[in-house]
Write a protein that binds this ligand. Structure first.
Ligand code: PGA
Length: 255
């Protein structure tokens, strides 16, 4: 059985005091939370301060990026090994904003996914088509390329070590989410691809999250889709109340 996962991608928002404020509101609401796995991905400098106040909380921490080497002359970069010392368990890789603004291609993303796994971090590998690609009926082709190249040469022995996020680029930060049917279609396709790549037992237990304008008003219908195992939330994760409502929607689907 796949666990429901709700992850918050804060992007380049929140100073350390703002980050602490949000977590101080959210943490007491999630004491003993077992059904839904909650992951917060703040900016790098907030990771350690948040780790300190989350020691006794089920809320997990994720980073938004990492380098594919362990250390070296890479000014401005951070490695998985460094993230581990801030109690980070997850790392978002291949987000469309990284692909677009920082020229990350599938080969770079593949190197990062490999390194994350090697380091003991759980990669949240993001894939998704642009509006142009959707309109040109290229959605499935794009998803196939991004997924297979992102996972090239990677063997998965434990399905809990990998998370995929389907994030249609046209839905990110636009207020225009994929319909539940569009999300389910893409997720099922991704599930089939995973089945081609890995044993059924593994493929069927890898979490596939939906991301793109998820908010309290649409979370429930998206999360109810059989292959939507959670969501990667951007804008709505910046407000404790909205994010908490999305977590509640996840809980409702579990019951
Ligand atoms: P959004 O972002 O929820 O603000 O659309 C999602 C994401 O980029 O992960």
């Amino acid at each position: 059985m796949r666990k429901m996962i709700i992850a918050g991608n804060w992007k380049m928002y929140k100073t350390i005091p703002d980050a602490l404020n949000l977590i101080r509101t959210l943490k007491p609401k999630l004491i003993g939370e077992k059904e839904v796995e909650v992951i917060i991905c703040p900016p790098f400098n907030a990771l350690s301060p948040l780790a300190e106040i989350l020691v006794d909380s089920p809320i997990k921490l994720g980073a938004q990026n990492m380098h594919w080497e362990e250390e070296g002359a890479f000014t401005g970069e951070i490695s998985g090994k460094m993230l581990l010392t801030s109690r980070v368990s997850h790392v978002i890789l291949g987000h469309s904003e990284r692909r677009k603004f920082f020229c990350e291609d599938d080969e770079i993303i593949n190197r990062k996914v490999r390194k994350a796994l090697e380091t003991g971090l759980i990669p949240i590998l993001c894939i998704g088509e642009s509006l142009e690609e959707r309109e040109a009926n290229q959605t499935l082709k794009v998803l196939e390329n991004q997924l297979l190249q992102g996972l090239s040469g990677i063997e998965i022995k434990d399905p809990a070590r990998l998370i995929i996020a389907y994030e249609p680029v046209w839905a990110i930060g636009t207020g225009r989410n994929a319909t539940p049917a569009q999300a389910q279609e893409a997720h099922l396709f991704i599930r089939d691809l995973l089945n081609r790549r890995y044993e059924t037992e593994i493929a069927n237990n890898i979490n596939i999250l939906y991301g793109g304008s998820v908010k309290p008003a649409n979370a429930l219908e998206l999360l109810r889709q059989p292959d939507v195992d959670g969501s990667l939330v951007g804008g709505a994760s910046l407000k404790a109340e909205d994010f908490f409502q999305i977590i509640q929607a996840g809980k409702e689907v579990c019951n």
